[in-house]
Design a protein around this ligand. Structure first.
Ligand code: GLP
Length: 233
């Protein structure tokens, strides 16, 4: 794991953007994308750049179960607003949270991932060390799956919803196995709320209790974090 320390999220977004640009110069075909507040500065850099993403494919990590693609709180809508409306990709895949058969949807998504191996995966990290929506306790060999969100994740994500009852309790997420297949991973983390998870991920044992710790086993991970997120190292 390589750690790049930055002063703030704006600088982190710029650093991540430089790495994306470099990967594109080296033949990047498929980018794995994340949602949440963390990758926003990277997406701002991508939007304001003169780069053309229309020859790239993208696959997103996850989507809430029960939200349609047009729901303002859905990750489909997040991606549209933060990136795709301004910078369309050749093709963009996100799990369908409204699928009537969720296990068939997971299989469909795994097939998409097989057809579009991820060259560069962008990740954020949950306060409890989750990546994608892979909560503590998720087996490392899990492919795309339906997740029961933990109380702490529901509370953390409540800020995007009017009331806590509106926060979906399930999601479809790429599994840890799917994430680990990416050639290169950039994990972004900003703020003290992430400090404990960052410490566990970098210094702690590799354990399913802290899903991001599995990244210690990956040969090409770059962590871009600010001083708040690294304050416990
Ligand atoms: C959600 C997403 C994750 C994201 C995490 C942290 O749970 N599924 O992909 O990394 O939130 O979100 P934020 O970046 O807003 O702190």
């Amino acid at each position: 794991m390589k750690l790049i320390q930055v002063n703030n999220a704006a600088e982190g977004g710029k650093k991540a953007f430089d790495l994306v640009k470099e990967a594109m110069e080296n033949g990047l075909e498929t980018m794995g994308l994340a949602t949440g507040s963390t990758p926003e500065t990277l997406y701002q850099e991508m939007v304001s750049s003169d780069l053309d993403f229309s020859k790239l494919s993208s696959v997103n990590l996850d989507e809430y179960v029960g939200l349609s693609a047009t729901d303002p709180q859905s990750y489909h809508m997040y991606m549209h607003e933060h990136l795709f409306a301004q910078k369309p990709f050749k093709e963009s895949y996100i799990p369908n949270g409204k699928a009537t058969d969720l296990s068939a949807e997971c299989q469909r998504y795994e097939k998409i991932l097989m057809d579009h191996p991820v060259d560069l995966q962008i990740l954020g990290i949950g306060r409890n060390g989750h990546i994608g929506f892979n909560e503590p306790g998720t087996a490392f060999d899990t492919p795309t799956h339906v997740v029961e969100l933990t109380e702490s994740t529901i509370q953390a994500n409540q800020r995007y919803f009017d009331k806590i009852e509106d926060v979906p309790t399930q999601a479809i997420s790429m599994g840890i196995q799917s994430i680990m297949k990416s050639n290169m991973i950039i994990l972004l983390a900003f703020g003290t709320a992430k400090a404990e998870a960052i410490k566990g991920m970098i210094e702690g044992p590799i354990t399913e209790e802290l899903p991001a710790s599995v990244l210690q086993n990956h040969p090409n991970v770059i962590i871009i974090a600010d001083s708040d997120a690294t304050c416990e190292l």
